[in-house]
Design a protein around this ligand. Structure first.
Ligand code: IMP
Length: 180
């Protein structure tokens, strides 16, 4: 287990307090679909200042290349606003670097990053992470929004998956993790 439900609850509560302290006048949280949705839903309920949310969805051009494109854009204009990009996990940092470039072009007053998980061992491009839930080793995380082929997102905790087994069979961990 990488993080149990209680651990996640307490880290999310801490991040909510940190965000509330950093943005006393309020903040716009921009979550990256789909993985950050579970984290965002809990995070907003731990933020005690005015807080708006918006969503972006991205898709990879080719798996593992880090080349992504926006397939659902924000509904709102972020220029002049205090924005926090909310990610489920920062791994190589390539997705984040692309998204930060996109957001910066739109002229926010400030732009920060809040990620639930930081997998720094695999970083390819440097990432400035302002708010971090948990630092994890080089493991493939599943649960609490994190998926493999759309499975496992609905676990209330985070486990390490066996990537070579999952690549052969995306359902490899289903029986043990969802006993029914
Ligand atoms: P990046 O390598 O930092 O660009 O991360 C790209 C995306 O890969 C993340 O936003 C996740 O959607 C996905 N990803 C990276 N590591 C994991 C993992 O351990 N479990 C599930 N998804 C992951």
């Amino acid at each position: 287990m990488l993080a149990g439900a209680d651990e996640l609850r307490s880290q999310v509560a801490r991040l909510g307090r940190e965000l509330s302290g950093a943005y006393p006048d309020g903040v716009l949280l921009v979550a990256v679909l789909k993985g950050a949705l579970w984290f965002l839903a809990d995070l907003v309920r731990s933020v005690s200042v005015p807080c708006a949310v918006d969503f972006l969805a991205i898709s990879s051009y080719a798996e593992g290349t880090g080349r992504v494109r926006i397939v659902k854009d924000l509904d709102c204009d972020i220029s002049g606003r205090d924005v926090v990009l909310v990610e489920d996990i920062v791994d190589t940092g390539l997705t984040l670097a692309y998204l930060l470039g996109e957001m910066e072009r739109r002229g926010p007053r400030s732009l920060a990053v809040c990620t639930l998980l930081d997998k720094a061992a695999r970083r390819i491009v440097p990432a400035r992470l302002d708010f971090v839930g948990l630092r994890i080793a080089d493991e493939f995380a599943l649960g609490y929004g994190l998926d493999f082929a759309e499975r496992y997102r609905n676990l209330d905790h985070i486990v390490a998956g066996d990537l070579s087994r999952l690549q052969q069979d995306p359902d490899a961990h289903v029986k043990e993790l969802f006993p029914g």
